[in-house]
Design a protein around this ligand. Structure first.
Ligand code: FES
Length: 89
C-alpha cells in the first residue's frame, strides 16, 4: 500500500468516525416532545430518578403537556413500559 493510499484510508476513516460521532450525538438528543423540545434522555433520566407514572414524567419534564395536546404521549408510554419491565427483571 502506497503512502498516498494509506493517507486516503486514514482520511476516510476519520471522516467515518466524525459521521458516526454526529449520529451518536443525534440519537442521544432524540427529541420526543417537539412542543417543549424534550429529548429522550431527559425522559429516561426522569424515570431513573423515580418518575414511574406518565403524570410524574409529564410533571417532571413538561413532555406531553405542550400546546399540541400531548401527541408525544404515545411515544412516552412505551418508554415507561420498557423501563418498568427492565426494573422488574
Ligand atoms: S409534542 Fe409533546 S406535548 Fe406536543
Amino acid at each position: 500500500m502506497s503512502d498516498q493510499s494509506k493517507k486516503q484510508g486514514i482520511q476516510a476513516n476519520t471522516s467515518q468516525n466524525k459521521t458516526f460521532s454526529k449520529m451518536n450525538k443525534k440519537s442521544q438528543k432524540e427529541i420526543i416532545c417537539f412542543c417543549n423540545q424534550i429529548p429522550k434522555d431527559e425522559i429516561v433520566k426522569a424515570m431513573q430518578e423515580g418518575a414511574c407514572t406518565l403524570n410524574e414524567i409529564y410533571d417532571k419534564t413538561t413532555a406531553g403537556v405542550g400546546p399540541c395536546g400531548g401527541s408525544c404521549r404515545r411515544k412516552i408510554a412505551p418508554l415507561l413500559e420498557e423501563f418498568l419491565k427492565s426494573k422488574k427483571l
